[in-house]
Write a protein that binds this ligand. Structure first.
Ligand code: SF4
Length: 181
């Protein structure tokens, strides 16, 4: 399938900005893990985050199996962008949209691998680490968990990553390839 076909499909969704990226142009960094570990309350509490996702080296190798990715954002109103619990609650619409786009690309005989903003919020309480993930088929690991700094990637792609205190941007990264790539 072509990028134009994907573009034609995603016009039906409230996507704020999007671009296609060559995966080899994405910067992966081990340093992100230090931030995850020291500053993120979700570290070590979700199958979508470190350390459950594996090393950055392994995550990077997995992403590089896919030559291209669709990177897109959507916007949600929020009372206070620094309230993480409230922010995560607004993520569901973005996740649903990501899933529909991911399924569309997969159904065109493509192989896909999808990352999304923040940790997974499908279940009220994640089963990590005692039991296996309840929905591995729809789980989207966190973009940063793979060593990718979203703000840097957005800036490099000339996309917005901050719209003020009352708007939150959610991002997704759908890697895709043909079975022959
Ligand atoms: S689907 Fe449920 S169990 Fe799996 S990572 Fe998400 S919250 Fe955790």
């Amino acid at each position: 399938m072509t990028n134009q076909e994907i573009e034609a499909f995603i016009t039906q969704f409230p996507i704020y900005q999007y671009t296609f990226i060559n995966t080899e142009d994405i910067e992966f960094s081990d340093r992100v893990r230090v931030i995850c570990k020291q500053e993120c309350p979700r570290y070590g509490s979700s199958w979508s985050c470190p350390p459950a996702v594996g090393s950055v080296e392994r995550c990077k190798a997995h992403c590089l199996e896919y030559p291209q990715a669709l990177f897109f954002s959507s916007v949600t109103d929020i009372a206070d962008v620094t309230d993480i619990d409230e922010a995560v609650k607004t993520k569901r619409d973005h996740e649903n949209m990501t899933k529909v786009i991911e399924d569309y690309v997969r159904n065109q005989s493509m192989l896909v691998y999808t990352l999304s903003s923040d940790s997974c919020c499908i279940c009220d309480k994640c089963t990590y680490p005692k039991n296996p993930c309840l929905h591995p088929e729809i789980l989207h690991p966190c973009i940063e968990s793979h060593g990718i700094i979203v703000t840097n990637l957005a800036e490099k792609q000339q996309m917005d990553y901050y719209l003020g205190e009352h708007l939150i941007l959610w991002f997704s990264l759908i890697f895709f390839k043909t079975p022959l790539d």
